[in-house]
Write a protein that binds this ligand. Structure first.
Ligand code: 13P
Length: 234
């Protein structure tokens, strides 16, 4: 079973979520062999849920703290009580815009595990790091906190929202490195690819040996486009 997660980021209003769900409820019927997740903004987790539970709802982030006086934060326990099945941890936008590093992300992984949410640890190098030959060192550091459960999403920062996806060869080379890094720790976690995935480039990426699914940003906002990607992965 492959895993394909839509990451809507800070997009959509409630009527738009409802319209997506209505259309996607029909589209999902033609998706086979794929667990589908929708990482909706926090206020819309309930609206993004499928009454028939044919797809998961997923948190885009969770607090490093369990509960208490942390205004604006959303805890892993809250996500679990909204019937989320998984949570993204360490998306590059959290790292870049909110200064999240390994120390805080390790705490988030612990909170997710305590709440029985599957953490999806997002890792990936920037263009400057890749060009400086630091990709493996960066990934090694980012993966050092991965505890075992859940999944890893390889999202090269230079491919996110840029329209420049990694080629299947680039993706495979790096995902194989990630698989080797994790092999001592646990039973091969699924490794997802993210970064400018579209229905047009999905088929090539699916053929990568290490491919276990996608994390899709922009192309997940439209139910037809997203379901086409889900069908390619299956
Ligand atoms: P895009 O698919 O828009 O490049 O975003 C990828 C991403 O960040 C998914 O988490």
């Amino acid at each position: 079973m492959k895993l394909v997660i839509a990451n809507w980021k800070m997009n959509k209003t409630l009527p738009e979520v409802r319209a997506f769900v209505e259309t996607f409820s029909r589209e999902i019927e033609s998706v086979k062999n794929v667990t589908v997740g929708i990482a909706a903004p926090f206020p819309f987790l309930a609206a993004a849920r499928d009454p028939q539970e044919r797809w998961w709802v997923v948190g885009q982030d969770c607090s490093a703290e369990k509960s208490g006086a942390f205004t604006g934060e959303v805890s892993a326990d809250m996500l679990a009580s909204e019937r989320c099945r998984a949570v993204l941890i360490g998306h590059s936008e959290r790292r870049r815009h909110f200064g999240e590093g390994e120390e805080i992300l390790a705490k988030k992984l612990t909170r997710a595990a305590e709440a029985l949410l599957q953490p999806v640890l997002c890792v990936g190098e920037t263009l400057a790091e890749r060009e400086a030959g630091k990709t493996e060192a960066v990934l090694r550091r980012q993966l050092s906190i991965f505890s075992g459960a859940g999944a890893v999403a390889y999202e090269p920062v230079w491919a996110i929202g840029t329209g420049r996806n990694a080629t299947p060869e680039e993706a495979e080379e790096t995902m194989a490195f990630i698989a080797r890094e994790l092999s001592g720790k646990l039973d091969a976690p699924p490794i997802l690819y993210g970064g400018s995935v579209t229905p047009d480039n999905a088929a090539g990426l699916v053929r990568c040996r290490s491919f276990a699914g996608f994390l899709v940003g922009g192309a997940s906002l439209d139910p037809h486009t997203f379901s086409a990607i889900c069908r390619s992965a299956g």
